[in-house]
Design a protein around this ligand. Sequence first.
Ligand SMILES: Nc1ncnc2c1ncn2[C@@H]1O[C@H](COP(=O)(O)OP(=O)(O)OP(=O)(O)O)[C@@H](O)[C@H]1O
Ligand SMILES: [Mg+2]
Length: 327
Amino acid sequence: MEEKTILEIQGLRSCFFTEKGVVPAVNGVDIKIPQGKIVGLVGESGCGKSMTARSIMGLLRYPGRVAGGSIRFNGVDLTTLKERELRRICGKEISMIFQEPMTSLNPVLRVGRQVRETLLVHDASLSKEEARNRVIEMFRRVGIPEPEKRYDCYPHELSGGLRQRVMIAMAMVCKPKLLIADEPTTALDVTIEAQILRLMKELRDETGMSVLIITHNLGVVAEICDQVYVMYAGQIMEQAETFELFDHTAHPYTQGLLGSIPRIGQNTDRLYTIPGVVPNLLHLPEGCPFSTRCAYATDRCRTQKVPLYTVGPEHQARCFRCEEEKA
Ligand SMILES: Nc1ncnc2c1ncn2[C@@H]1O[C@H](COP(=O)(O)OP(=O)(O)OP(=O)(O)O)[C@@H](O)[C@H]1O
Ligand SMILES: [Mg+2]
């Protein structure tokens, strides 16, 4: 049976238009998210992961904006919608857990009430009592202890970890068709992290929700993702089903990332040990952006654009070495 695609990003280019020049933070990205699948987007800090997520939601910060490509959700190109239509779809069918959640809760409203209001906006047929029960149930599922008591707390009365769980509950309580989760568990301890990842899988199984999960942590990817996209300097360097990616890693950049796989439970912030630094997006090499750090780089890599080569079933990598291997 043909898999249904819920989100299809094609040729996405999102740039910051600064005085120093145009910064192509997302530089021609294609991503396909099938219905009911959990797709990971990984890469080092600054490679454009959050920018990709924010482009989907129409939430780029000035001076950033989408400069090209399309983002089709259930066939509708989100980049062509008016602000109001986009808000309606994003409010109802796409939820996002933000990387910096502390800014997203209203400080003067009790947290239970905030989540309940979000739920009631989605489902007006619920009574307040039913909505309250659903919120408390979701608080329990995301690992908030004594959820009835926490329901009546203000954000400042909760720890950072609890606020993060409130945000996760808010994103999931409305049963979105697509959940975009930007580093959702980075701030949480490992037991809670495992619980949240399990919950995402449960909700996927219960409701057919699709997930785009952004993470530094390849342990998280191994645990939860069906498919993975590896991003570097605004481009997708490699993509495959998770097992295929780990077993038959094709791109030197991915190999570098995998060089130090953090296990779930190892909550480090700096994970990678690839030598060298990410290139300045204003002065990208003409060829492969990774060529400045790659042990295998040749003159051709430095000067010629690299296409995506198919290296296995549903497996592509943007590296000239893959062409040689095929030949
Ligand atoms: N206002 C700005 N002007 C110019 N460039 C910017 C601006 N804000 C961000 N950038 C650049 O955009 C790029 C993409 O940033 P993005 O937040 O998407 O990275 P990320 O992959 O989410 O990183 P992290 O893992 O640290 O969250 C970065 O290289 C950053 O330097
Ligand atoms: Mg980010």
